[in-house]
Design a protein. Structure first.
Length: 278
């Protein structure tokens, strides 16, 4: 494991890469949208030149698809965060009023990335419906990242159960849920990789801190599953397939309720996993 290395899978505009670099990590960022990859090359030109950042343009695909050369990427026309290679996610976005255009992008072999750069200390996975493709490659990796995170499932609860079972089979034993809607604009006060004090304000679209910097206590798979049962009750009431999402008046009511309660309704969550670190 490379203790100074982070993988940013789903780099977007570099909102998270900026934090990882500031913490003193080397970063390998992978981004399927060519416009965003080019944006990041310009934004982080100095870091690319110094070798602290490597940007790989393309979409991570399954082992069965890596030799196809290219894959169809659905570039969202309203929200660049919602770009995906998954037709089901494209259709969900269209249902919510976020259309897409189709482009062809290079296939990325995550196994080859592991071989070329090593196993990272932390791996952020945010691939809009393709997060679980990464599990295929982790199964073969001789080492696993000490920490990783994935975007959680919001509609189908058995997928959460399956994800936790897969992560446990990969050797992960400790878990946390992190509410993502509250991250933008929040402030980090901590230390970098060298123990030096640093401060950071998370940008819109950022995933926030990871590993030892996460607040609260790590949980077992059983404990986090109990927490997700409550989260899913909120998803059913306020989430993607709820009446609150389908009707504009109810959307406004949800915003007022969220403001009154001072909490996202329902927001969305990332699952963070750690190897046994006790």
């Amino acid at each position: 494991m490379k203790h100074d290395l982070v993988f940013d899978l789903g780099m977007h505009k570099g909102e998270d890469t900026a934090f990882y670099l500031k913490k003193g990590f080397r970063v390998v960022g992978i981004e399927a949208n060519p416009e965003l990859a080019n944006f990041c090359r310009k934004r982080f030109a100095a870091e690319v030149a110094s070798g602290s950042l490597k940007i790989i343009e393309g979409a991570i695909v399954s082992k069965a698809s890596v030799n196809k050369g290219t894959v169809t990427f659905y570039k969202n026309v309203r929200d660049s965060e919602w770009g995906t290679i998954q037709p089901a996610w494209r259709d969900r976005n269209a249902y919510l009023g976020f259309g897409s255009i189709e482009i062809e992008v290079p296939c990325v072999d995550l196994g080859a990335i592991f071989e070329g750069y090593g196993v990272p200390y932390y791996m952020k996975i945010d691939l809009e419906g393709a997060d679980r493709v990464c599990f295929e490659f982790l199964e073969d990796a001789p080492e696993k990242p000490r920490y990783l995170s994935i975007e959680d499932e919001k509609v189908y609860f058995p997928q959460i159960v399956k994800d936790l079972q897969t992560l446990c089979a990969l050797g992960y034993r400790q878990f946390r849920t992190v509410q993502q809607q509250s991250i933008p604009g929040s402030h980090y006060q901590g230390v970098d990789r060298y123990g030096q004090h640093m401060a950071h304000c998370f940008e819109f679209g950022a995933s926030g801190p990871f590993g030892p910097d996460l607040p609260g206590q790590w949980m077992t798979a059983e404990e986090i599953l109990t927490e997700y049962k409550e989260i899913f009750r909120m998803y059913r009431i306020f989430g993607d397939n709820s009446l609150f999402e389908r009707h504009h008046r109810l959307q406004r009511l949800r915003k007022r309720l969220s403001h009154y309660l001072r909490r996202p309704l329902p927001g969305w969550y990332d699952t963070h996993a750690a190897l046994d670190i006790r």
